[in-house]
Design a protein. Sequence first.
Length: 415
Amino acid sequence: YSLAFGTTMMTGNVADGSSSSPTEGNSTVAETPAVVESSSSGAAASASADSQKRKTAFRFRCASDIDLLREVVYIQPFAAPHGQTTDRWTKVATHVARIHGSGITPNNVRKRFDDLMSAFKQDSLSTLRASGSEEEYQERALLLQDIHDFMTVSNHRKREVKEESVVPDERPDSFLEPPKTSLLKRKLPETQPPPSTIDYFRTAQQNLVDMNQAMSARSGHNRLSIDRRVPSLHASSGFASSAYANGAFPGNGAVIDHSVGQVTEAQVDNPARSNGTESLNEREAPVAAGRDTQDRAANGPRVESNDEPPVININDDDEDEAPAPKARRTESDDLLVIVANAASKLIDVFAKANEIKAGEVQVALRKVELEEARLALERSEREARFVLERREREMHIEFMKGTLEILKVFASKNS
């Protein structure tokens, strides 16, 4: 009543246009509405601040988790290019907010998804059972499994694209590295890739063949040196014995030329010596005839040999002029051949094993392609089902809104 009286007093004075100053009581009454208005505005501000402080975050339940996961499957923010992840999470939050109302932001949507995925990886989804049916829990677990598979495929593709985009630096090391860098800061050279199994066994087989040739050449050289020395000694002794047997020895007209290494029979065919005595052949002729008769009686007729005595080369220093003998095959050579054959067969076995392994890799790749096709088909099916369910939910919401409007109209009429 005092507020109303003060207001009427102020309006009356203003309307009359009187210049007389108000009394002391009237001034106090006129100042009261301004104080009341300021106090009411402060109370409203404090009430709004308290309401903002008391504003609670959206509480996710099993049904909201399913809608969130469906939106994640449909939009796939985890597979977004660089710089578009936030936009996709904003789309997810917008779509979920259309279904479950306000209070949903991109941050809490993303945090809820991270919590669900970490619980799925740790197999602790049972701790997140706030409210819902068993079918909803199973559907949420299936959606998390599908999202985990999609994330695995997406990470694999990103890794492949990153590996293909890496271009090796073709600049020389002298350009990349300063000459006075420390050993710890110096760039280490790249190691050579390990050779394949076939190349390794081919190299081993070639080494075996080279070793076989070297051993054959070495053994042939040793046999050559022995054959060049030992047979010459036997030939010289045989020829000397035949020469002495025929009377060609020094003192009987035979001349040995040491410079040439040959023995010449100068006066062997002379019937007698110069002093009129008989030669050694003439004296021993009857004895030799008797021996020949005994030999023919015991061993048969004697075969005469017209071979000339070999020429003995005493100065046999030049070994390169003699022809090289043929390499003789020994047990070590046979063993090397067996080892080489075994190595070649082993190479063939490894080649076949590599072919089988390549076939297995092709089959595995085909399985991966079929699995991706299956996931794509299931994804399209889920998207279609999600669209239908969303339409059904929207129609249900519209029906509920219409029902509420009708109830409001009835309530207003009854009042």
